[in-house]
Structures are given as structure tokens and as C-alpha cells.
Write a protein that binds this ligand. Structure first.
Ligand SMILES: [Zn+2]
Length: 396
């Protein structure tokens, strides 16, 4: 296939990458600037796009394991709050043009204040694990909101009992082990672009897949994942779900052959509005070929928007449109959705439920466990700058 890695493509890709880092907690994510309608891209200068990409990379960066280890108990309620946090501060920070001197992206986030959000993001990405910013955000997102929301009410009356319970739990009971804990790895583009943390070198992917194969990992199909979730099947000792966001043509040309060598399965999330665009995104023939090769294909919004910023009816069009286009072009029913940039709000979740989507993946960092809300599942970002050692660490 004709995959173009020209300037335009790269620029766009970086943009896409951008989303990941940002957030951490809030997470941002996975999103990709590429998701932007072509018309928007065309009116931006290369510099603007590059700036966006830099910030995007920051966003996409690994949101740090810290977020992943955060308690998921509060996810249900605080998940929304995390979002709010993200939209109010995280996203803008991630989206802001990094030192571009006022070349705000089309979606012009308020933030841009400090000219240089990118470096921080990249640092976090490079660190692959300890991103201070990410940890801080994570703490605030998971812990703070929950505490603020419920503690004041319950604490005064129930304090003695709570303390007793805590003491009891802490002293005598080992932490409850979840029925399963599955690393859902989050990939984007597979190509050679060393400065872009959202693009993974095919050689590294090769190395990672070989590691999984050599160490007895089973790559789950989406159907197997659902059965495990529903308790109809037991999770293999070492199970992993490979997910690829955005539907890049290089997932077809590069990733598919590498996975095929090991008989591995994966799930790709596509935005139908971008399918086939410029040869940069896989076209429907390629997507159908991936389906036939055993890949699961699922929706990622029609045009890869920031869903939480859209009015309900626009969100509906994005969600329903991507589900319908996927069905029309591939015959596949939507079971799992992936939030562009990891962003969502209550309306988003409501709409997904309305359309029968049972699971949705965020870019909140962590393994997927049964305590999480099925429409707010965590994943683990795999960065282009991750060493094999970092990759291995993320699996554990
Ligand atoms: Zn995306």
C-alpha cells in the first residue's frame, strides 16, 4: 500500500500523537490531530501544525504508571471529574501551541499561556514512567475529587466505624486480588519518526511482539476480552489486548505482518470520516483485509473530535455515524468504543449506552480490571521512545 510519509503526513501524525500526553490523568490522549477535518488542516500553516504536534506529543505521552495504579474505585464518579479537570486545564495545556508564538490551532484552546507545554509533555513521555506532571495530575484526578465529593458527608458520622473497618482491613486482610488484570496496550502509528513519541518504530514493535511471544503472552480478541469480562471465560495467565488508535495505513502495512508472524490479534479503532484520507489512513479495503485476518475493528468517532466539547446532538452524530459507517463498510457491530483524545463527559457515556456499546477505552493509564466502569476502561500507552525495558515494566 502506498503509505505516504511525506511532510504533510508527518505533521498530521504528530498532531495526532499529541493528545496522548497531555494528560495523564485527565488524559488525553490518544487523540490525534489527524483527526481533524482536512479542511481545518489545510488552513493551518505547517508551523501551526508542528506546534500542535509538539503539544500533542506531550499529551499523548504516557500518562505515567502513576495514574494506572490509582484506585479505580472512584473511577465511576470521579471519572467525570477527571474529565472536567482535563477539559478545564489538562487539554488546553496539551493542546496549546508549544512556543509557537501565537499560532493557535484551529481549535484554539484557551490555555496557551505558557508558550511551552511541549517540553514538559515530552519529558513525561520519555520518562515513560515517572512523569511528575502525570503523577500529580493523577493524584488530583483520582484521589482529590473523590475525597472532596464524598468524604465531607460520610466522615463525621461514620468516623469511628470507618476507622475500625480500615484498621481491620489493613491489619488482617490481604488486598483483594482482582479476578483479572489485563494490560490493554495502546499503540498509534507504526513508522520511523524518532522525535514523535506517538509513532513506534516497526523494529521496536517487532521486538515487543517477540517478547510477548517468548514469554507466553496471549493476545486477546475483543470477543475473548468480553467473555473474560462477563465471567464466561477465565483470563489466561498472561493476557494482553493490543489496541491501535486512529486507523493508520501503516497499521496495515507494518503492524499487521509483524503481528501475523506470531499469530497475534489486535483491535484497531477507526474514525470513518478519515478512512483512506491521503493514503495516510487505511482505506476500507485495507480495513476489511485486517478484519479478515482476525483483527477487530471498532469505532473511534466519525471525525476524531473532542467529544466532550460538542453539544449532545453533535456527539450523537459522531458516535452514531462512526458505528453506522463501520457496520455498513465492514458488517461489524460496535462493541467497544475508543474516545478520541481520551475525552468524554456524561453525555458521551449516555450516548454510547444508548447505541449498545458496552465497553469504551480511555487513555487513563493502568491495566484494565473488573472494578473499572466498562465505559471508562484504562489502557497503557506504548511510546515510540519506550525502551524494551520500559515496555516490559508496563506489562507488570
Ligand atoms: Zn485517536
Amino acid at each position: 500500500m502506498n503509505v505516504r510519509h511525506g511532510a504533510t503526513g508527518r505533521l498530521r501524525l504528530r498532531g495526532c500523537a499529541a493528545p496522548l500526553l497531555a494528560v495523564l490523568v485527565a488524559i488525553v490522549g490518544a487523540g490525534c490531530a489527524e483527526g481533524r477535518p482536512e479542511s481545518l488542516l489545510r488552513v493551518q500553516t505547517a508551523e501551526q501544525i508542528a506546534a500542535r504536534e509538539r503539544s500533542a506529543a506531550a499529551e499523548e505521552g504516557p500518562a505515567a504508571p502513576a495514574a494506572g495504579t490509582a484506585s479505580s474505585a472512584a473511577a465511576d464518579d470521579s471519572g467525570y471529574k477527571r474529565e472536567a479537570t482535563a477539559s478545564d486545564s489538562g487539554v488546553p495545556a496539551a493542546d496549546k501551541p508549544a512556543g509557537s508564538g501565537g499560532t493557535a490551532p484551529a481549535s484554539a484552546e484557551p490555555a496557551a499561556a505558557g508558550g511551552d507545554g511541549a517540553p514538559a509533555g515530552r519529558a513525561a513521555a520519555a520518562g515513560g514512567g515517572g512523569a511528575p506532571a502525570g503523577s500529580a495530575a493523577a493524584a488530583g484526578g483520582d484521589g482529590a475529587p473523590a475525597g472532596a465529593g464524598s468524604a465531607p458527608v460520610a466522615a463525621p458520622a461514620a468516623e469511628p466505624a470507618a476507622q475500625a473497618a480500615a484498621a481491620d482491613t489493613g491489619a488482617r486482610r490481604p488486598p483483594k486480588k482482582p479476578a483479572f488484570s489485563i494490560p490493554v496496550l495502546n499503540y498509534h502509528s507504526i513508522g520511523v519518526e524518532p522525535d514523535n513519541n506517538a509513532v513506534l518504530d516497526p523494529k521496536k514493535l517487532e521486538e515487543q511482539m517477540a517478547y510477548l511471544a517468548d514469554n507466553g503472552y496471549t493476545t486477546l480478541t475483543l470477543g475473548q476480552f468480553v467473555d473474560i469480562w462477563d465471567g464466561k471465560a477465565e483470563a489466561p495467565d498472561k493476557a494482553v489486548l493490543l489496541t491501535f488508535d486512529d486507523g493508520y495505513a501503516d497499521n496495515y502495512t507494518e503492524a499487521m505482518p509483524i503481528l501475523a508472524k506470531h499469530g497475534f490479534r489486535a483491535t484497531m479503532f477507526v474514525s470513518p470520516g478519515m478512512v483512506g484520507q491521503d493514503g495516510y489512513y487505511a482505506d476500507w479495503d485495507q480495513i476489511r483485509a485486517m478484519r479478515d485476518a482476525g483483527w477487530d475493528i471498532q469505532p473511534h468517532g466519525m471525525t476524531h473530535p473532542y467529544l466532550h466539547k460538542l453539544p449532545a446532538e453533535e456527539q450523537r452524530k459522531e458516535i452514531a455515524g462512526s458505528i453506522e459507517a463501520l457496520k455498513r463498510e465492514t458488517g461489524i457491530d460496535a462493541v467497544a468504543f475508543c474516545y478520541p483524545y481520551g475525552m468524554r463527559n456524561k453525555e458521551t457515556l449516555k450516548l454510547l449506552a444508548e447505541y449498545g456499546v458496552r465497553f469504551a477505552f480511555t487513555i487513563d493509564q493502568g491495566k484494565t480490571e473488573p472494578s473499572q466502569q466498562p465505559l471508562q476502561l484504562k489502557r497503557l500507552f506504548v511510546g515510540g521512545k519506550d525502551s524494551l525495558q520500559t515496555f516490559v515494566k508496563k506489562l507488570q
